[in-house]
Design a protein around this ligand. Structure first.
Ligand code: BES
Ligand code: ZN
Length: 662
């Protein structure tokens, strides 16, 4: 018996140390512990008429358990046949079954594997309602002449267009052949040849192993402009010049990131500007970031998005969250890196403004979220990752890393992060793996510093630790001061010294004004943007960052009792033409205020905004704000009825929920 226990012990140690630790991924039916997919060979006809991809996926597999079948994730795919092969040349049909569909997960596809099967070929087509695809009519594009299609796989939509092991724990290389109408160009998250002939027959190779959520395809009337020696931008012809000048700092950003965190390991870094229905700001598809056109502000003021998606080339694409509950490892690290890139390229003051805006977003979210959603290592069992989006993994995650940086010093923390990326390169890891690495390589090396960072509280508790950093901006303090003077009636809007204000200062100005009628009103006045614990002013200080965050910084501020009525909204609008702002972030902020304060002159612009933009981060809060009153809800429904067919399935799902559509 003793020997048996000893043997069992040795067996367990041996198996866990050699295979990847199996973190349970609630969001996949697949069985990579038994059969692991290593490579995908994809082949599709892109049919704009039928709004489907039709073709085959050949999966190369590793058999770890020879008895086990292959279980894949699918969502609403039509599977025509499944064949297997030992050599990759002769295929024979095999038995397969599609299980019952779950509303969140889709359906498992279970495939019987003959003893020597090494390749599995699945002939299939997608469904026109695939959650990860959007098919755009020509009217929804900039050029208005050609159709457009694009994919969005993160978090669990790859399964709606490819039958695969849809868990970030499994990394695959891929090759693809894509046939399109002859005048259109296909691009993928793979090697793209900028000067490939536009002949409707495209081949791709992705030689680095990536998780399924990073597989991406777009097809449209696209042109290309180089930005630097290994950077460039794809967009529709009428957009590409504007995009190239907006993103002209991209090569500099790549260089700055390499200096901090080691070589860019993916060959080229290109951007693709999508039509405005793209449901996100950006998506870090390897070698080819997908981006919303709403960041084309004309003055590079919203390029934090490029820094962010580029940063994912280290945090996320190189070192990947093993499950969606470890999502903060992707996004928290990436927001931290994004701000370091902005600081390197545009200076500390810009970084401070972005960090202060981020903290404000986080506080607003913490004010509305349940405790369970304020936790970095969140429990997502039974939940759709799309339904749980908040700033917590992003901003709380970044604040945690900032706390480590401030505590251990920048030089030391930079060395730590760089070694972390090298150590886990091309692996998918859990929060526990990160914490082990953190303990061994940073915390345990200096216990007197380590005790200052409540790691367990950061990772497993709601809210923000009391001694969290409190990023502040001295430029913002001045802006908030002006906002107060105007609110108190000390100066008219036309006399506010706005010359030279950046987009970030405008956003802070608008957010410093009181919100009408809800709890957020008390947070509206961020006179505390100077960030000392008691909210007293440190505006004069250039080292505008105090070390601690005040627990009472969300406390009521007297001037928030002043209500921003329609007359005062009109005064701002006349002075600054906010309703007509061409900057999407400023317009969004202004429209939110306009709904709250019933500022009717902005309603046509609101409607136009909702009818032309599908970015979830903008439209969801606007519909939510509208839905707070019966008249607002009626207006929301009237707009949504017309806008819904133009939105992406991911945005549709979110707004259906907000408006309780059908
Ligand atoms: N990877 C995310 C987008 C994402 C997250 C898609 C989860 C699906 C599920 C991307 O890197 C991101 O965070 N985009 C942000 C922009 C960024 C500047 C914070 C967005 O789209 O708003
Ligand atoms: Zn991100």
């Amino acid at each position: 018996m003793k020997n048996f226990i000893l043997l069992l012990f040795i067996f367990c140690v041996a198996t866990t140390s050699h295979s990847q630790p199996a973190a349970k991924d609630f969001h996949s039916y697949s069985n990579p512990q038994d059969v692991r997919v290593r490579h995908l060979d994809l082949d599709w006809d892109v049919s704009f008429d039928k709004k489907i991809l039709q073709g085959a996926a050949v999966l190369t597999i590793d058999r770890l358990n020879k008895q086990a079948p292959l279980v894949l994730d699918t969502r609403h795919l039509n599977i025509d046949k499944v064949e297997t092969s030992a050599s990759g040349s002769n295929y024979a049909a095999t038995k397969f079954s599609v299980g019952q569909a779950d509303p969140i997960l889709g359906a498992p596809l279970t495939i019987e594997l003959p003893t020597n099967a090494k390749f599995v070929r699945i002939t299939y087509s997608t469904n026109p309602d695939a959650s990860g695809l959007q098919w755009l009519a020509p009217a929804q594009t900039a050029g208005k002449k050609q159709p457009f299609m694009f994919t969005q796989s993160q978090a669990i939509h790859a399964r709606s267009w490819i039958p695969l092991q849809d868990t970030p724990q499994v990394r695959v290389t891929y090759t693809a052949r894509v046939r399109t109408p002859p005048n259109l160009l296909a691009v993928m998250s793979a090697e793209n040849e900028p000067d490939t002939p536009h002949d409707g027959d495209y081949s791709f190779r992705m030689p680095q192993a990536i998780p399924s959520y990073l597989i991406a395809l777009a097809v449209g009337d696209l042109s290309f402009r180089p930005l630097g020696r290994r950077t460039g931008v794809y967009a529709e012809p009428s957009v590409v010049e504007k995009a190239a000048s907006e993103f002209s700092d991209t090569e500099k950003m790549v260089e700055a990131t390499e200096k901090l965190y080691g070589p860019y390991r993916w060959g080229r870094y290109d951007l693709l500007v999508l039509p405005p229905s793209f449901p996100y700001g950006g998506m870090e598809n390897p070698r080819l970031t997908f981006a919303t056109p709403t960041v084309l502000a004309g003055d590079k003021s919203l390029v934090a998005l490029v820094a962010h998606e580029l940063a994912h080339s280290w945090s996320g694409n190189l070192v990947t969250n093993a499950t969606w509950r470890d999502f903060w490892l992707n996004e928290g690290f990436t927001v931290y890196l994004e701000r370091r890139i902005l600081e390197a390229v545009y200076g500390r003051s810009r970084e401070e403004m972005e960090a202060a805006l981020g903290l404000r977003d986080l506080r607003d979210d913490l004010a509305r979220l349940e405790d369970r959603d304020e936790i970095l290592h969140i429990d997502l069992t039974g939940r759709d990752p799309d339904d749980v989006s908040s700033d917590v993994p992003y901003e709380k995650g970044a604040l945690f890393l900032r706390h480590l940086e401030q505590t251990f010093g920048r030089a030391r923390f930079d060395r730590f992060l760089r070694s972390y990326f090298d150590h886990f390169a091309f692996q998918s890891i859990t929060t526990d793996q990160f914490l082990d690495y953190l303990k061994t390589n940073l915390l345990n090396k200096d216990r007197s510093l380590a005790v200052q960072v409540p790691v367990d509280e950061w990772i497993n508790k709601p809210g923000i630790p009391r001694n969290a950093p409190n990023p502040t901006s001295s430029a913002f303090s001045k802006v908030a001061e002006q906002a107060k003077r105007w609110m108190r009636g000390e100066i008219p809007a036309s006399k506010i010294p706005v010359a030279g204000w950046t987009t970030q200062e405008w956003l802070h100005f608008l957010r410093s004004l009181p919100l009408l009628g809800d709890a957020a009103a008390t947070q509206g006045n961020s006179g505390n943007s100077t960030g000392t614990a008691a909210g007293s002013t440190a505006a004069g200080s250039t080292a505008a960052e105090s070390t601690t965050a005040s627990p009472d910084r969300n406390g009521p501020n007297k001037s928030s009792e002043v209500v921003l009525d329609r007359k005062r909204m009109a005064e701002l609008d006349q002075a600054f033409h906010l309703t007509q702002s061409g900057n999407s972030e400023i317009a969004f902020q202004w429209l939110m205020m306009s709904i709250r304060n019933r500022y009717e002159p902005a309603y046509p612009r609101l409607e136009e905004f909702l009818m032309s933009i599908g970015r979830r981060k903008f439209i969801k809060p606007l519909y939510e704000e509208l839905a707070k009153t019966p008249e607002g809800r009626e207006r929301a429904l009237a707009i949504y009825r017309r806008a819904r067919p133009t939105y992406h399935p991911i945005s549709v799902a979110a707004i259906d929920e907000v408006l309780k559509w059908k």
